[in-house]
Design a protein around this ligand. Structure first.
Ligand code: C2E
Ligand code: MG
Ligand code: MG
Length: 609
């Protein structure tokens, strides 16, 4: 900028006037005085230049220190100056950009209209502020928050543009992370249920003539036991790898995780080979997964359907996939099932049954408890009874607990049903204590949901107190899956407390879960009920014989009683006797019977059969 000092200062004008006067003043003394004024004006001007220079240096230093990028361009937008933060953010050195058009830095993300608005605002108001995407030297694009100020020259026209910008890519990433949380499963990075709904809808909307969607819901069999055996970290790793492998199978398709060990796969296709596709999917996942020195071969249960054949609404298709998966699960593990309308009819029937069960529970007259006695194996002495729930349906007759208990669990009726059983069994015990029946414990089955949702402990205590029955008389049977249900948390302290109250605790259906010795040692239990699946083929089946003898030996070592379930033949009894099994519950001795039949046999009679 020239001149480097202000012309508005009085000393400047006085100096100039004195210079002119020097030329025509006649007197030497007056000329001398004018010279003195000139000297004063020059000194003042010099000081002014030095001050201005210092000020400039200071503002340049300030710009250097600024963490914000600064870019100054001339009226034709050519860069005339940048600060070090500019270099840090963009990667361009000062020398590389001087003279370049500032628009060279743009990323191409914004359209023409954006830049038109930018220039209009800048010209109209002299300022622009907002988010803009630019490009760094090595090519990646980043968002910056930019403030631009137009600086007028002396004539009032725009002389320069000063731009100040901050790199906001980190904030943006955070924002994106937050957005992702709602739509992405954090463990696998795959779309979550909500996002899958959107993706399915958009795929459905974009189907062209002749195209369809294949959909599958894939569930890993026994995932919980993998988690229990190898630890949650391994379980997590397995889920992530599983997701990756699925994604590789449907390149161009969609893979998402619905939660837990349930994954969903969608592909758009013109082929009509749904079954072959499912078989391919199985095949693709059949290779073992290597997780921390373990080679895991997985069983998969798959429910599947096709769009638009089985529906063209994402909600309906989700429901149909779920009923197909549920039906496959009921069929046993490692099965797949494609949706059929009959499954829905089945679903409707089940819903009707749930409503009837709710009514039966409220009225109480269709439900009853049957009792199956337990005996000492060597001499048949009565040692206990198991209370088994029965539903006498007015039209369908006796419905097996195996059919309605899972329904009650799924539809939130299990706590009420469990409480009903406890209350009825304790009342029965009280009545038997009064009328002279043998005082053996009665065992009730406790479902996972009673442990999770219900107020099991207080219900037990209240019933026992009401009927004045000691807790020693009421044994509790819990299956391994109940004991391991993570929703119930660590059950050990609760079992411990129940035992302190006087209850005996048995592990029901032992052997069908993933019983490990370590886990048995940890749990405060008194008894194992060896599942009848191991007893059925005794004594001929070599493997079962080996398992049973091993369990018996192990139980002895751990000081646990064993009840063999489902003993139906003399040969089975003899085998068990030979290997030291103390107790049994099975048709060989007694079937579950209503109260009257039990009373007829035991009331005031000898305890043995
Ligand atoms: P569980 O607790 O293992 O009960 C034993 C089941 O085995 C009973 O079936 C019984 O009839 C059957 N059983 C006993 N001995 C033999 C035999 O020698 N051969 C054969 N083939 N079967 C035998 P049930 O009464 O159908 O009960 C099935 C399951 O339903 C029970 O298995 C239990 O898990 C559940 N359950 C029954 N009542 C209740 C209840 O009140 N609450 C809960 N949570 N579950 C219950
Ligand atoms: Mg039982
Ligand atoms: Mg059992």
């Amino acid at each position: 900028m020239w001149p480097p000092f202000s012309l508005n200062r009085p000393t400047t004008w006085m100096g100039l006037a004195a210079l002119a006067a020097m030329l025509w003043l006649p007197l030497a003394s007056l000329r001398l005085a004018a010279l003195a004024v000139i000297v004063v004006a020059l000194v003042d001007g010099w000081r002014q230049i030095k001050r201005e220079h210092r000020r400039r240096l200071l503002s340049e230093e300030a710009l250097k220190l600024s963490g914000d990028g600064v870019v100054i361009s001339d009226r034709r937008n050519r860069i005339v100056s940048v600060n070090p933060a500019f270099t840090q953010i963009t990667g361009y050195t000062r020398e590389e950009v001087l003279g370049l058009d500032a628009s060279t830095l743009s990323s191409g993300r914004h359209d023409k209209a954006f830049y038109e608005r930018y220039w209009q605002t800048l010209q109209a108001t002299g300022r622009w502020e907002g988010e803009i995407w630019n490009q760094r030297k090595h090519g990646d694009q980043y968002p910056e928050w930019l403030r631009v100020q137009a600086c007028p020259d002396r004539k009032g026209r725009v002389g320069h543009y000063v731009g100040l910008f901050t790199d906001i890519s980190r904030h943006k990433a955070r924002e994106q992370d937050l957005r992702r949380v709602g739509f992405e499963d954090p463990l696998t990075g795959l779309p979550n249920r909500r996002r899958l709904h959107d993706l399915l809808t958009s795929r459905l909307n974009r189907l062209r003539a002749g195209e369809g969607l294949d959909l599958a819901l894939v569930d890993i069999d026994g995932f919980k036991s993998i988690n229990d055996a190898l630890g949650v970290d391994c379980g997590d790793r397995l889920l992530a790898r599983f997701g990756q492998r699925l994604a590789a199978f449907v390149a161009g398709g969609v893979v998402g995780r619905l939660g837990g060990d349930e994954f969903m796969v969608i592909r758009t296709t013109t082929f009509d080979d749904h079954e072959a596709w499912i078989a391919g999917l199985r095949d693709h996942l059949s290779e073992p997964f290597e997780i921390s020195d373990n080679s895991l071969r997985l069983g998969l249960t798959i429910g599947s359907c096709r769009a638009p054949d089985d529906g063209n609404d994402s909600g309906v298709l989700f429901q149909r996939l779920e009923s197909a998966l549920y039906s496959a699960k009921r069929h046993g593990r490692n099965h797949d099932r494609r949706f059929r309308p009959s499954l829905e009819v089945e679903g409707d029937r089940q819903l009707a049954l749930v409503n009837e069960l709710r009514r039966a529970l409220a009225q109480g007259d269709q439900l009853e408890l049957h009792y199956q006695t337990q005996h000492r194996l060597n001499d048949g002495t009565l040692v206990g009874m198991e209370a088994l729930l029965r539903w006498r349906h007015p039209e369908q007759g006796m419905i097996s607990p195996g059919d309605f208990i899972p329904l009650a669990e799924r539809h939130g009726l299990m706590s009420a049903l469990g409480n009903w059983v406890i209350e009825r069994a304790v009342a029965q015990l009280a009545s038997w204590r009064a009328n002279g029946m043998p005082r053996v414990p009665v065992w009730v089955n406790i479902s996972a949901l009673q442990l999770i949702q219900g107020d099991l402990e207080s219900r037990l205590a209240a019933s026992l107190a009401r009927h004045r029955v000691p807790a020693q008389q009421l044994g509790l049977e819990l299956t391994e899956s109940v004991l391991l249900d993570e929703r119930a948390g660590d059950v050990s302290p609760r079992l411990e407390a129940l035992r302190r109250q006087g209850h005996e605790i048995a592990i029901d259906d032992f052997g069908t879960g993933y019983s490990s010795l370590a886990y048995l040692k940890r749990l405060p239990v008194d008894k194992l009920k060896l599942d009848r699946a191991f007893i059925r083929a005794l004594p001929d089946d070599v493997a079962d014989a080996a398992i049973v003898s091993a369990v018996l030996a192990m139980a002895r070592g751990l000081n646990l009683d064993v009840v063999a379930e489902g003993v139906e033949t003399i040969a089975q009894r003899d085998f068990l006797l030979e290997y030291g099994c103390p107790y049994t519950q099975g048709f060989l001795f007694a079937r579950p019977e209503p109260v009257e039949a039990i009373e007829a046999r035991y009331l005031n009679a000898s305890q043995t059969v």
